[in-house]
Design a protein around this ligand. Structure first.
Ligand SMILES: Nc1ncnc2c1ncn2[C@@H]1O[C@H](COP(=O)(O)OP(=O)(O)OP(=O)(O)O)[C@@H](O)[C@H]1O
Ligand SMILES: [Mg+2]
Length: 238
């Protein structure tokens, strides 16, 4: 059961697209600095859960409580959840075309509270520094993913939420993003990662949650999932 004194607590959330009932009573807790891998088959409701947590308009959150350091996120709109420190990096990355890499980062800092400085971002993402004057939308898929993560860090992030950060990327680029996420882990940023590449996500994560048809089918440590062949077979097809 969730405990609202946790750093991030999700208690019995339910969410709908119109009449379509998708997130069906999800509860979990994350402590500060932990990384949670949220896994499950296609259509299990992973993206919908992330969107509900970030208070994106759809799916509509009909019931449940979400607290970040005691702040009632379930009562907020998405921009308020972002101000409270929840930064969702969506699957499609949403890099703004016509703006350079640096302008994309500066735009993230227009609103208070701001997070990492541009210089700190370039220290951790040297490739973004090299390409600071390039139009963001002309960057490669991997570079755009780096920019999307960097943009989340440019805000005051307390909970970083990544939806399929490795999607469509070549293995060598996946390794580069993994390296960055390992660095972020060392800095103690609390993270939720959804990834089809379950092994990669589990290697990064402390805890794991498996969703099936909008409900939690398993909760435990990342290590337990890596070591449980049947569980991986049943829900992750690996
Ligand atoms: N905008 C929408 N309107 C109606 N139904 C939706 C919408 N978005 C998603 N769904 C449905 O909600 C269910 C869960 O979808 P969701 O995208 O959350 O799954 P997922 O676990 O992220 O899957 P994947 O691994 O393919 O990304 C699916 O049945 C999907 O068809
Ligand atoms: Mg998804």
């Amino acid at each position: 059961m969730s405990n609202s004194s946790s750093f991030f607590s999700v208690r019995d959330i339910h969410a709908y697209y119109g009449e379509s009932y998708i997130v069906q009573g999800v509860s979990f807790d994350i402590e500060e600095g932990e990384i949670l891998a949220l896994l499950g088959r296609n259509g299990a409701g992973k993206t919908s859960t992330l969107r509900a947590l970030a208070r994106v308009d759809t799916p509509h959150l009909s019931h449940g409580e979400i607290h970040l350091e005691g702040q009632p996120i379930h009562e907020m709109k998405s921009y308020q959840a972002a101000q409270a420190g929840i930064q969702l990096v969506p699957e499609d990355r949403r890099i703004i075309g016509g703006l350079t890499v640096e302008e994309n980062l500066i735009l993230a800092q227009v609103e208070e509270p701001i997070g990492w400085s541009i210089e700190k971002i370039y220290d951790h993402f040297p490739r973004l520094g090299e390409r600071r004057n390039q139009d963001g939308i002309t960057m490669s898929g991997g570079e755009q993913q780096m920019l999307a993560v960097a943009r989340a860090l440019a805000r005051d992030v307390k909970l970083l939420i990544l939806d399929e950060p490795y999607e469509g990327l070549a293995p060598v680029i996946v390794h580069e993003i993994e390296r960055i996420l390992m660095e972020i882990r060392k800095l103690g940023i609390t993270t939720i990662i959804v990834e089809q590449n379950a092994v990669a996500a589990l290697q990064l994560a402390d805890k794991a949650l498996i969703l099936d048809m909008g409900k939690i089918a398993f909760r435990g440590t990342a290590k337990e999932v890596l070591e449980d062949k049947e569980l991986r077979h049943e829900y992750l097809a690996i």
